[in-house]
Write a protein that binds this ligand. Structure first.
Ligand SMILES: *[C@@H]1O[C@H](CO)[C@@H](O)[C@H](O)[C@H]1NC(C)=O
Ligand SMILES: *[C@@H]1O[C@H](CO)[C@@H](O)[C@H](O)[C@H]1NC(C)=O
Ligand SMILES: *[C@@H]1O[C@H](CO)[C@@H](O)[C@H](O)[C@H]1NC(C)=O
Ligand SMILES: *[C@@H]1O[C@H](CO)[C@@H](O)[C@H](O)[C@H]1NC(C)=O
Length: 434
């Protein structure tokens, strides 16, 4: 009896100790923010990022998808991990994912991506607009924390939810990429999961360039030579599109894309006449303006595109034009265009937001694309009639602008061109100070 009590006591002691040491290990270092590098793939113009996943940890390269529902990776080929766990149907994570599907049976030997009674979702390639079904799983993810100035200690999340895609879904993605890093407006997207894991601010920021950066958490967001961009952002409300804009989704799901309320467009301060109906989102989820990292250039509904290009041509009447180079339609002999700190000296384009004093100003570096040594084109693309979204602000227009998404306050902060402040999105100091 006595010996039983002692061992029981010992057992309790041991158990207690384990719990204590376990939670200490988790709380001893709690990052305030995380950081990921961004690279631009020169052949696809996609922005890619990389972090480590699985056990043993391996680097996973992904196409960055600002509006993407969640992280998805190819589980069909080369997914080896001792810590992969399928997410059961009707579990908390399955609920968070708003899944309405349960994969009751998978008719091959169990492996990541193929398990019985597993929560299902629909991973989609938003570059090619293809989707499929796949199971939701969790695995270890590891990346660097940051103080906003440098990367710091590596942190690990034990059970980060993601969706298993298939090898065919990688078609059209950059070389070496094995999935997409969805940063969209959902509870299981990377920003939401990172904020949950470390209880930091539900904010994140992207800063695109050939060598850019993504911050998860609040600022500072510091770029060499020591400029904290988080201190001087302009804010506009985040708008919810009630109808999903994903390639595949469950009926009734809202969009996970980030929409902002563009009210009008100006060229050299003169308002361009556009059909205002197209600028708001209707009951079917058509219209409006969203921000996208998977469109290399801003895409506009045809009548908006035509109105903008007409106004731009008028404002640049003195500059000799040359034959257009696809996918653009308005091109110039660049030897006749001067240069400024913010790129080619051309009329500025303003996306006017909630009031006439709040606008996203696009300067030459973001409006013009160098297609040949002496040819510069207006870097906007015609999106056709009746597109799903009227204006999709794309990568070229986002480069060297920091864009912060504040999920808690439902607003978007943007910096305008960092070139004005003599820095760029390539200027984050990636030397670790851990
Ligand atoms: C799922 O269950 C069926 C029937 O019990 C079984 O034949 C099959 O091997 C299982 N598949 C997996 C992936 O566990
Ligand atoms: C404006 O766009 C809406 C939606 O496409 C369309 O129904 C309407 O006819 C357009 N108005 C004009 C004046 O073109
Ligand atoms: C641009 O203008 C320069 C100087 O007039 C000329 O030499 C060059 O051929 C022009 N380039 C194109 C693409 O028209
Ligand atoms: C980048 O950060 C490292 C580590 O803090 C520091 O030693 C280095 O001087 C920084 N680089 C520049 C150019 O400031």
């Amino acid at each position: 009896m006595a010996s039983f009590q002692i061992s029981l006591l010992f057992f309790f002691f041991f158990f207690f100790f384990m719990i204590i040491s376990n939670s200490t290990a988790q709380t001893s270092f709690r990052p305030k923010a995380l950081v990921l590098p961004v690279s631009k793939d020169s052949s696809t113009l996609q922005y890619t990022t990389q972090f480590k996943q699985r056990t043993p940890l391996v680097p996973v390269k992904l196409t960055l998808d600002l509006g993407g529902q969640f992280l998805w990776v190819d589980c069909d080929k080369g997914y080896v991990s001792s810590t992969y766990r399928p997410v059961p149907c009707r579990s908390a994570v399955c609920n968070q994912a708003r899944s309405k599907s349960c994969i009751t049976q998978c008719f091959s030997p169990p492996r990541p991506g193929c398990n019985n009674n597993t929560c299902g979702h629909s991973p989609d390639n938003t570059v090619t607009n293809t989707g499929t079904g796949g199971e939701i799983g969790t695995d270890v993810v590891s990346l660097q924390s940051t103080d906003g100035k440098n990367p710091g200690r590596v942190v690990t999340i034990q059970k980060l939810p993601f969706t298993c895609g298939s090898t065919f879904l990688l078609e059209g993605l950059a070389n070496g990429v094995t999935g997409m890093a969805g940063l969209g407006r959902s509870k299981i997207s990377l920003p939401a999961q990172f904020s949950d894991a470390f209880s930091f601010h539900r904010k994140f920021a992207i800063c695109l360039s050939s060598n850019g950066v993504v911050f998860f958490g609040d600022g500072p967001y510091v770029f060499l030579p020591g400029i904290d961009v988080s201190k001087s952002l302009i804010y506009t409300p985040l708008i919810l599109n009630p109808v999903s804009t994903a390639g595949s989704f469950f009926q009734g799901d809202p969009s996970t894309d980030y929409f902002i309320g563009v009210k009008s467009i100006k060229v050299n301060e003169i308002t361009v006449k556009v059909n205002a109906t197209l600028l708001s989102i209707n009951e079917e989820g058509f219209g409006g303006t969203k921000i996208s990292t998977v469109k290399p250039y801003t895409v506009m509904e045809t009548s908006i595109y035509n109105a903008l290009t007409r106004a731009f041509i008028k404002a640049t009447a003195k500059i000799p034009r040359v034959s257009p180079v696809s996918p653009f339609t308005v091109c110039y002999n660049s030897t006749f265009i001067g240069s400024t700190r913010v790129g080619p000296a051309v009329p500025q384009i303003d996306l006017v937001l909630q009031s006439s004093s709040v606008f996203w100003r696009i300067f030459g570096a973001n409006s013009m694309v160098q297609v040949k040594s002496d040819v510069l084109c207006l870097g906007f693309v015609d999106g056709g009639v009746n597109p799903r979204t009227s204006i999709v602000i794309g990568g070229h227009q986002l480069e060297d602008n920091l864009v912060q998404i504040d999920l808690a306050a439902s607003k978007v902060g943007f910096s305008s061109s960092l070139l004005f402040r003599q820095t760029t999105c390539s200027n984050f100091n990636f030397t670790s100070n851990a």
